[in-house]
Ligand binder design. Structure first.
Ligand code: SF4
Length: 114
């Protein structure tokens, strides 16, 4: 065994390193490929009657909110947890309501200043 060989497999080190790097890249890329279709899936519009929406005082129109922590001007569209309205229909994703779309003009008690 020379100093350029892997001690475990008796393979030249360059080849062993290439395999390791290739394996590491594949490990990183494959999960990303698996995530992409999930992110591209269409979001279901959140209902105000949804149990979690009710527990977080979600309303489609912030102007209708009567909650002690609500401050004028707050809305989903300027919340840090809002994800861009990709469809251009006024609804976007929300980090709290995963898989659901919330209305840009809406609000809930988990609002985070964006
Ligand atoms: Fe809207 Fe933010 Fe509440 Fe999500 S967390 S529903 S974006 S106010």
């Amino acid at each position: 065994m020379t100093d350029k060989q892997s001690p475990k497999f008796d393979v030249p080190m360059d080849r062993s390193r290439r395999r390791f790097v290739g394996g590491a890249l594949a490990s990183a890329v494959i999960p990303l490929m698996a995530i992409a279709p999930a992110q591209a899936q269409e979001l279901v519009k959140l209902s105000e009657d949804d149990a979690m929406a009710k527990s977080l005082n979600y309303k489609h129109e912030a102007s209708e909110v009567e909650h002690s922590s609500f401050k004028g001007g707050q809305a989903c569209k300027n919340c840090a947890l809002y994800k861009t309205d990709a469809a251009g229909d006024g609804w976007g994703g929300c980090a709290i309501f995963r898989g659901k779309a919330v209305k840009g003009s809406g609000w809930c008690s988990s609002y985070v200043k964006g």
